[in-house]
Design a protein around this ligand. Structure first.
Ligand code: PMP
Length: 366
């Protein structure tokens, strides 16, 4: 078959091991998954209540316009309904943006290391990928500006960044946006927005008028605790949304996903509480890293990138044997580190105890 040339040498996304698989492999009683930045507190109780009502007509196609969720989100963000686009997770929106704007003869700028789906999709579309190394875990926006030329089509800013967890200060980001030509789409991927607790952080939705070439990505997969339902959304000027709508699949979100996202959105007290406890638990990670002299990036998310002694693959494997599924930085482009989702108080205490055993064996910390 005439596969696209770009597919040669590419590999499909490799998910981490599932809880069931690890239980089976290692004969463990309990396994904690701290690998994919899901919400350890689950989701709003309103979601479970709704699902039990069985209120969805399964034989009917979903609302391809996501009307109900759209109107609630428009109200929440104080934007008009035509500024919103829905995706089967923000993953799908990344694909739609790439399909609509990238191709041979274009280039796209992103950090390295950052969320891998930007490069993955750009590669499939045949665009030139310009990867700008992080500086101290931060996007090097000066480097981004230097990489821009007439063929640049899309710039990806992951904020806070995955896997470092770093947040770009709002004034730095704003100064950058002022320097980007208006014909370039700047994607602000804010999958972890709800976890930010930094003072003086500006909600980028307030920049939509000033910078008409931005698109903001948010998701129900993280703080809202609905990763399995695959609901993400984008906010941008109507003209951008109208063009991206030409590319997306007609019924890309299913009825249950749309309905439960609406329930979860209404329960902002749950989000507030999750942000709060996550913040407290993130401080425990900071304290642990300082005590053990392990380097950890400043995180404004529900995960941390933490240095481990020795090889990160080996550390991840040893932690797996103790019942913790985490991500080795080797696979994420950050060798020497592991990415750990911040769990509940008990899960984190257990995780620290497990990591302690590795530090004792190694005898020294980085
Ligand atoms: N962007 C970032 C930065 C992420 O970390 C993730 C999930 N790992 C996504 C987008 C995709 O999330 P989803 O498709 O579940 O909305």
């Amino acid at each position: 078959m005439n596969w696209k040339h770009a597919l040669k040498g590419m590999t499909p996304y490799k998910p981490g091991r599932s809880i069931e698989e690890v239980i089976r492999l290692y004969g463990l009683k309990e396994v904690v998954k701290l690998a994919s930045n899901e919400n350890p507190y689950g989701c709003s109780p309103a979601v479970k209540e709704f699902i039990e009502t069985d209120a969805i007509q399964y034989e009917i196609y979903p609302d391809g316009y996501a009307s109900a969720l759209r109107s609630k989100l428009a109200a929440k963000h104080d934007v008009s309904e035509d500024t919103l686009l829905f995706g089967n997770g923000s993953d799908e929106i990344i694909m739609v943006i790439s399909r609509a704007l990238l191709g041979k003869g274009t280039n796209t700028i992103m950090a390295t290391t950052t969320f891998p789906q930007y490069a993955h999709n750009a590669k499939i579309e045949g665009a030139e990928i310009r990867q700008i190394p992080l500086r101290d875990g931060q996007h090097d926006l000066e480097g981004f500006v230097r990489a821009i030329d007439d063929e640049t089509s899309v710039i990806w800013v992951c904020n806070p960044n995955n896997p470092t967890g770093n947040l770009l200060p709002s004034d730095t980001l704003q100064a950058f946006l002022e320097r980007v030509p208006e014909h370039i789409l700047v994607v602000l991927d804010e999958a972890y927005f709800e976890y930010i607790t930094a003072d003086a952080h500006t909600d980028s939705v307030t920049w939509l008028e000033k910078f008409p070439n931005i698109i903001i990505l948010r998701t129900f997969s993280k703080a809202y605790g609905l990763a399995s339902f695959r609901v993400g959304y984008a906010i941008a000027q109507p003209e951008i949304i109208a063009n991206l709508n030409k590319v997306r699949n007609p019924f890309n979100n299913n009825s249950i996903g749309l309905a439960v996202a609406e329930k979860a959105l209404a329960d902002q007290a749950f989000i507030h509480q999750c942000r709060q406890v996550n913040h407290e638990q993130r401080d425990r990670f900071k304290q642990y890293a300082t005590e053990k002299k392990l380097h950890m990036f400043d995180s404004e998310t529900n995960f941390v990138l933490l240095a481990v002694p020795g090889d990160a693959d080996l550390a991840a494997e040893q932690l797996l044997q103790q019942g913790f599924i985490i991500r080795s930085g080797n696979a994420l482009g950050t060798p020497g580190y592991v990415r750990v989702t911040i769990g509940t108080e008990q899960q984190n205490s257990d995780f620290f105890a497990a990591l302690d055993t590795l530090l004792v064996v190694e005898g020294s910390a980085k």
